[in-house]
Design a protein around this ligand. Sequence first.
Ligand SMILES: Nc1ncnc2c1ncn2[C@@H]1O[C@H](COP(=O)(O)OP(=O)(O)OP(=O)(O)O)[C@@H](O)[C@H]1O
Ligand SMILES: [Mg+2]
Length: 277
Amino acid sequence: MNLTLEALHLVLPGGHRALAGMLLDVSRGERIAVIGPSGAGKTSLLRVLGTALRPSSGKLAISGVDPWSLPAGALRHLRSRIGLIHQAPPLPPRQRLVTAVLAGRLGAWGFVKGLASLAYPADIDGARAALARLDLADRLFDRCDRLSGGQLQRVGVARVLYQKPDLLLADEPVSSLDPQLADQTVGELHREARARGVTLVASLHAVDLALKWFPRVVGLRDGAVAFDRPPVRVTDAMLRDLYATETPVIPVQGVEPLQRPEPGPRATRRGAPPLCR
Ligand SMILES: Nc1ncnc2c1ncn2[C@@H]1O[C@H](COP(=O)(O)OP(=O)(O)OP(=O)(O)O)[C@@H](O)[C@H]1O
Ligand SMILES: [Mg+2]
């Protein structure tokens, strides 16, 4: 799916302007990391892209169509093609993992198959395979309330992988994971998006993961785009500016100095020496 946002504003209850003149053009199959300080508008942006929040003004087009101009049935169908990974997935505590993962396809299955699958899981092998990608296959029949926060977060990822959406949105999908699992999980999202040619937009607090895995990095600040460029052209000075009000240290997941991929033939590496945490 391609995405277009032009002069997009989002005013939340209470009058706060969470998005202020957003401008973003995303082609089908692009993989984009959104970074920025707390309150910058990352979650708001993902919720607008997921059609959970309606923009207050400006243009939003998903595959060339304003979702809010669609009739209810067409909007429901569009939503079934969008997968949103939440920072804390809203999973019922008593639900088993197999059911939680299979729920990823409820929108595509329709009412009767979906309801039947709650009692008799329709595709146990599919759910197991999705969980295996997140190292959770052995917990298939466990209840969600027996898992840690990080394990639950990975169930949320497995559910969206199982959904096979055309647009993958991830809001801080690895915030509760240790550095190794975080890297592995972002890698899994990246592989899924690349293999299926689907668009991926992920917000991340860990700048090192954004620079390592994503061909395009968008820095968000005060509800607007501060920079939008490939990782080799994101300098430490730009990162320091972006996070200036939150912390003088750039947030990372791992312990290594920030790495960028090798510059391509047309990209140049600029900026100060790498920062450590
Ligand atoms: N339900 C709400 N009602 C009113 N204001 C809100 C609401 N949710 C978020 N905001 C405000 O909108 C702004 C953007 O919030 P958002 O959650 O998009 O930021 P974020 O970049 O995702 O932050 P974080 O990194 O902390 O998750 C913030 O200033 C926040 O206080
Ligand atoms: Mg957020």
